[in-house]
Ligand binder design. Structure first.
Ligand code: MEV
Length: 315
């Protein structure tokens, strides 16, 4: 039996890092997907292959000590094999349009598409159940995940999310184009989240003021999204970037890229954990080309993306 599922990558428009401490964030899924194909077989092996490499582990062996970005797939496969007493192995193949390790949600999209594709071999889970399994899988490589990334990859569109109340879809026309540029600096979400934790512990007061400012900014950004006011939205993105700089997750290269993008875009900021990875700039047809040219003239690889409205596709 073969089962296929795909899930989109994502950008965080507002609120990364603050969301780990219970604040709201606004995220959008993008029109770049990760496809996962799973197949049961008689071999007693779990095999996972992707552009990151291939790994095979006998079903009787523990995957827990694995130090690999592919670990979540072993978690999902193991859970399903145990639950359904499957007397064989599972072959998983990942096909990705989302660059990995740059803040675009490749690991969350893998967890969501992986959870759907593998579970569909045995049973039909609801979206909520798939999201739960995906978050547990992501926790095997990123213990303190806020769950925001997997949520937007599952439900798609633009969402407002917080750890306590979950998500709300934002009713937006999404009449804009995002320009995403890669700094070429690899980053590790775990390390940056720990760095922010240290900042918070040593600057409690400053951090709590920033949380309040972020919450106010997100309320205004939400309204701007509803009426597609790109000028206000862009301004709020650039303001959010200042808060991210204050907590120490930006760097000179990212700031240079943001300045280049802001010459024409409505606003720009890092997206995801930061300290490397990508920036996202807000444009429409009036300034898309100019923004891409500015970034390319600085030798930064960039591409344009629209908001995806579908989320997980497995049904
Ligand atoms: C990573 O894409 C976003 C962070 O806020 C971490 C999280 O929300 O789990 C940095």
């Amino acid at each position: 039996m073969i089962s296929k599922a795909s899930a989109p990558g994502k950008v965080i428009l507002f609120g990364e890092h603050f969301v780990v401490y219970g604040e709201k964030a606004i995220l959008g899924s993008i029109d770049k997907r990760i496809k996962v194909t799973s197949e049961t077989n008689k071999e007693k092996l779990i095999s996972v292959s992707s552009s990151l490499g291939q790994l095979k582990i006998p079903i009787t062996e523990s995957y827990e000590e694995l130090d690999s970005p592919l670990k979540p797939f072993f978690y999902i496969a193991n859970e399903m094999i145990k639950k359904f007493n499957h007397d064989g192995g599972i072959k998983i193949v990942i096909d990705s349009e989302v660059p990995s390790g740059v803040g675009l949600g490749s690991s969350s999209a893998c967890c969501v598409a992986g959870a759907a594709s593998v579970s569909n071999l045995f049973t039909k889970l609801s979206r909520e159940e798939i999201l739960e399994l995906a978050i547990q899988a992501e926790q095997t490589i990123f213990k303190n995940t806020s769950g925001a990334d997997c949520t937007v990859c599952t439900y798609g569109g633009i969402i407002e999310y917080d750890k306590k109340s979950g998500f709300n879809k934002i009713n937006s026309k999404n009449d804009f184009v995002l320009v995403i540029a890669n700094s070429g600096i690899p980053h590790h979400t775990n390390l940056i989240v720990s760095k922010v934790k240290k900042f918070k512990e040593s600057h409690e007061n400053e951090f709590s003021i920033l949380c309040k400012k972020e919450a106010e900014l997100i309320n205004k950004a939400n309204q701007a999204l509803e009426i597609n006011d790109l000028v206000v939205l862009g301004e709020k993105m650039s303001k959010n970037q200042e808060y991210l700089e204050e907590i120490g997750v930006s760097n000179d290269r990212l700031q240079d890229m943001i300045k280049m993008a802001e010459k024409n875009a409505y606003g720009a900021k890092i997206t995801g954990a930061g300290d490397g990875g990508c920036i996202v700039a807000l444009t429409d047809e009036a300034n898309l080309e100019k923004t891409m040219n500015n970034l390319r003239s600085g030798n930064f690889e960039c591409f344009s993306a629209k908001i995806d409205s579908k989320g997980l596709d497995a049904f």
